[in-house]
Design a protein around this ligand. Structure first.
Ligand SMILES: NC(=O)c1ccc[n+]([C@@H]2O[C@H](COP(=O)([O-])OP(=O)(O)OC[C@H]3O[C@@H](n4cnc5c(N)ncnc54)[C@H](OP(=O)(O)O)[C@@H]3O)[C@@H](O)[C@H]2O)c1
Length: 336
């Protein structure tokens, strides 16, 4: 079988196609034929050597495919099921734990950029029937993170104001879920064209953060002055202070990303003065993935797949992600 590996150096252009023996399903395991995989910003960081992984590495956490073999004792899933691997194979349910987070696909464990993957039968989940493999391949990291941010941590209610930063994978899922759950959404972006695409998905207020660098003030105004109930904070150092300042008294700032850097000074009194809940999250559990899948199936929601490359063009796909011209997700597909 074919797999794709970061081999000699931490850079996109050292990813090469390799031949590997097709895995077999041991007791309690399944083999999944991967049909599609999706890219996350985290994969860029990992491939640049910023994730603490070891070479050589089969990258990517996200994918979707068919179960083609089940090992002894497996009853949860069966041959022919269409499934996604989960991001943390050891995090099935309940809150985060050091054990559950120990292994992550495409980092401390081999990732989805391979034609066949042997996985613990507990570490996969069937995906909604109306989704294609490409669409389903976007779910394990970006979608679960957005879902958890809004539902489990943000405790979203109809009528809440949500703010999403930029129009990448996590943010567009957060926009879609927030609209599905009856919230109002402010979207920030560097691009007018992307803001119009966000509007078509239901965004209620649009702010160009290039032409309006004080976007927090504009977000406050959009919310009628009271502030944002849930800020989906993916920007990191360059956005955190404005996230804190546009959050409503008693609101939540869910800290997810580091698109603009990792270090920043913050004004401590803003946090306690406004009684903010600041919650750091890393993806989520299978239980959260399954709850999200139910909602996606019920609402027949479709992930936004913006660009698709053949898996042999995975380097081009990663360069496209680096260029940040995408809206939603970039995917790669394996042979049909
Ligand atoms: N903690 C977790 O569990 C978790 C899970 C998933 C992702 N993440 C993190 O979340 C972040 C987003 O990941 P992703 O995969 O969704 O990324 P992505 O798809 O690559 O998103 C890139 C987009 O971010 C936007 N952006 C860049 N700088 C911005 C700024 N200053 N203000 C607002 N938006 C800005 C841009 O949107 P426009 O082009 O519209 O301007 C850009 O296109 C990354 O830092 C990633 O590491 C964390």
């Amino acid at each position: 079988m074919k797999a794709y590996e970061v081999q000699n150096a931490w850079k996109i252009d050292s990813i090469v196609e390799i031949e590997r023996e097709k895995p077999k399903a041991g007791p309690g395991h399944v083999v999944v034929a991967i049909k599609a995989a999706s890219l996350n910003y985290r994969d860029l960081l990992t491939i640049e050597g910023k994730g603490g992984a070891k070479l050589p590495l089969i990258p990517f956490s996200d994918g979707a495919g068919d179960i083609v073999e089940v090992g002894q004792g497996v009853t949860r899933v069966k041959q022919g099921d269409r499934v996604c691997p989960i991001f943390f194979p050891g995090w099935i349910e309940g809150g985060p734990s050091a054990y559950g987070r120990m292994k992550a696909l495409g980092g401390s464990a081999p990732g989805t950029l391979q034609e066949f993957m042997a996985l613990d039968a507990e570490a996969v989940t069937p995906f909604p029937a109306h989704l294609s493999y490409l669409e389903a391949s976007t779910l394990p990291c970006a979608a679960v993170t957005a879902w958890r941010a809004l539902v489990d941590e943000g405790r979203i209610k109809p009528g809440d104001w949500v703010l999403v930063q930029g129009t990448g994978g996590v943010s567009i899922f957060a926009l879609q879920f927030a609209k599905m759950l009856g919230a109002k959404v402010v979207v920030t972006s560097s691009s007018e064209e992307k803001l119009q695409r966000a509007k078509a998905l239901g965004a209620d207020a649009l702010i160009n953060y290039k032409t309006t660098p004080e976007w927090a003030r504009a977000a406050l105004e959009a919310s009628g002055g009271a502030g944002i109930d849930i800020v989906v904070e993916v920007g990191g150092a360059g956005t955190l202070n404005q996230s804190l300042s546009c959050a409503k008294v008693g609101g939540a700032v869910v800290v997810i990303g580091l698109l603009t850097g990792v270090k920043q000074e913050i004004l401590v009194p803003v946090i306690f003065g406004k009684n903010l809940r600041i919650i750091g999250i890393s993806v989520g559990s299978r239980e959260q993935f399954e709850a999200m899948n139910k909602a996606i199936a019920k609402h027949k929601m479709k992930p936004v797949v913006d660009k698709v490359f053949h898996v042999k063009q995975v380097r081009e796909a990663l360069h496209a992600m680096q260029a940040a011209g995408h809206f939603g997700k970039i995917c790669v597909e394996f042979e049909k």
